[in-house]
Design a protein around this ligand. Structure first.
Ligand code: IFG
Length: 540
């Protein structure tokens, strides 16, 4: 008997396979972005226009550098092109070629064009034009191209951030983005004095600043608990002053070669490094390294606690100014930007009549080395040099004294952007002397209206400090920095008129998969609708 066997001619197999394929394809279709307006970008660009299709990045895509009209810095465009190729490779597996010449005729490429000015006339501006058959990014300076790359990066699926090959497709919604920063200075500060962070961790922090179009890294290199930068003419500063930290750990310091490595890494991301040597207060590490810096010529003990305001340079000894001149002379030769930060905060044991001439003289020393001064808001009690900038952290009256002298202000209100503040009373890390700062509180403010008397035209920019009395590892840094840092970046970049918490919280929630892809240990604030499925801006 010819029994029908299910293993007869297997005519049924193709039918089963196609039914299975249909159901699989219905479960999780790859996300094909079609609406640029729904993409969750941080900072929110100034102008976005969608045209409803998508561009596909493939293994045929090349990065082609177009010669903009008389661009001053052609190698800048190539540097950005190589950075982009490096960004794309790990997750896509594509060996994206960077071509220093080529025409716009070939389909599927990304074109970078560096012009000698931008339509907005604002530094770091860019225009990103995404068409079905090509992407074109133009800017008036390499930094603008670099900022535009960060937008392009956020338009790709979050899996682009992974460092192992991922499943595509790699599609980008089409349209046009024109963008430029509201403020020229948008920074993050890292206190490496209370707890030392090694070069690799500082580079990671620079990566985070770069992702959100920030352009300044303020490194707090010295304090009561530690001196973190090699000064060849005063070696005890690091051999002794760098030998410990809060809690008594081993501390550490950057050799000048390591510091130059940090500066180069930042420079490659169009981020300037601003070194701070805090003075005349917050100086115990130096006072414990060289007896002559003390008025009584007695070496101080190393300090591993977290009190402030108990130390001061001896402001009436000439050797102190020789010391400062040597330190700033060596530092000035190591940095890529025009600024040196002289601190000036919490000099509680320095008499005001000594503090003022001290700050006046230190500004002249910085100027003699070709750099401009930034200082905490207390320095406004001195006579500020024309380019000196005042960093507002606690006393608005000090900031206004600076404005009265014609100084610009960097806005770092502790109650809004001190990232070492606890989110709420349950946060296991951080302090709360200024405020508990949840994600919404850190975002819902406008630098130009926060304080009467401090208006937009007085403001150079914003900066989010991370003090590290209670932070000693990268995971803890990430927990305090994310998700508040992106909000500060948006405050520095996006005009206040374009910002509101109801919209921002949705865009922030859509960053979840990006944070996870990057291995960022962020604080999952209940204020934010963290979203796994939505990689685009939920419809409002
Ligand atoms: N204030 C001190 C910092 C640090 C901070 C911790 C400034 C300018 C409190 N000075 O902020 O050294 O201790 O939140």
């Amino acid at each position: 008997m010819n029994k029908f066997s299910i293993f007869g001619k297997m005519h049924w197999l193709p039918v089963v396979v196609s039914i299975l394929a249909f159901f699989i394809s219905c479960t999780e279709p790859p996300h094909t972005p079609k609406d640029l307006l729904k993409e969750a970008l941080i900072p929110q660009p100034v102008f976005v226009e969608a045209d409803g299709s998508s561009f596909s990045l493939t293994d045929k895509t090349a990065i082609v550098l177009l010669n903009g009209e008389s661009s001053e810095d052609p190698e800048g465009a190539e540097k950005v092109g190589r950075y982009l190729a490096g960004l794309l490779k790990p997750a896509t597996g594509f060996d994206v070629q960077v071509r220093t010449s080529g025409s716009e005729s070939d389909d599927g490429n990304i074109y970078l064009q560096l012009n000698d000015s931008s339509p907005s006339g604002i530094a770091e501006s860019y225009e990103l034009s995404i068409m079905e058959n090509r992407v074109k990014l133009t800017a008036g300076d390499p930094a603008g191209l670099f900022r535009g790359i960060q937008t392009l990066r956020q338009l790709l699926p979050p899996s682009i951030e992974k460092n192992t090959p991922q499943q595509g497709p790699w599609e980008i919604a089409t349209g046009t983005i024109r963008d430029s920063p509201a403020y020229p200075y948008r920074g993050g500060m890292l206190d490496v004095a209370r707890h030392f962070f090694k070069v690799e961790d500082v580079k990671k922090y620079i990566d985070y600043l770069a992702m959100y179009k920030m352009n300044a890294l303020h490194l707090h290199l010295s304090d009561d608990q530690g001196w973190r930068i090699e000064i060849k003419s005063w070696p005890e500063l690091t051999t002794r002053g760098g030998s410990t930290e809060v809690g008594g750990g081993e501390g550490g310091f950057y050799t000048q070669e390591e510091f130059k490595e940090i500066v180069q890494y930042a420079d490659d991301r169009y981020i300037m490094v601003i070194p701070e040597i805090d003075m005349p207060g917050h100086t115990n590490a130096a006072l414990a390294s060289y007896a002559e810096l003390n008025c009584d010529d007695k070496l101080r003990e190393l300090y591993t606690g977290i009190e402030v305001g108990f130390s001061t340079f001896c402001t009436d000894k000439e050797v102190v100014y020789k010391f400062i001149d040597d330190v700033f002379g060596e530092l000035a030769g190591l940095i890529n930007g025009p600024y040196i930060h002289i601190g000036g905060d919490e000099s509680h044991v320095t008499a005001l009549e000594d503090y003022i001439p001290f700050v006046n003289r230190v500004q002249e020393i910085v100027k003699s080395h070709g750099k401009q001064v930034i200082g905490w808001d207390e320095i406004a009690n001195a006579t500020l040099l024309p380019n000196t900038k005042v960093q507002y952290w606690a006393e608005a009256e000090n900031a206004k004294k600076g404005i009265a002298q014609g100084a610009e202000v960097i806005m770092s209100p502790a109650r809004k952007v001190y990232l070492d503040m606890q989110y709420d009373s349950t946060t296991r890390l951080g302090l709360h002397w200024a405020a508990y700062i949840e994600v919404d509180s850190s975002y819902i403010w406008d630098p130009a209206t926060l304080e009467n008397g401090i208006e937009k035209q007085h403001i150079f920019g914003v900066e989010a400090p991370l003090w590290t009395e209670t932070i000693d590892k990268l995971d803890d840094l990430e927990y305090m920095v994310f998700p508040r840092l992106p909000g500060v970046a948006e405050i520095g970049w996006t005009p206040a008129s374009e910002r509101n918490w109801a919209d921002y919280r949705l865009r922030l929630g859509a960053q979840k998969k990006r944070f996870e892809a990057l291995g960022i240990d962020y604080y999952p604030s209940a204020k934010v609708p963290w979203s796994d499925t939505l990689v685009t801006r939920p419809v409002q």
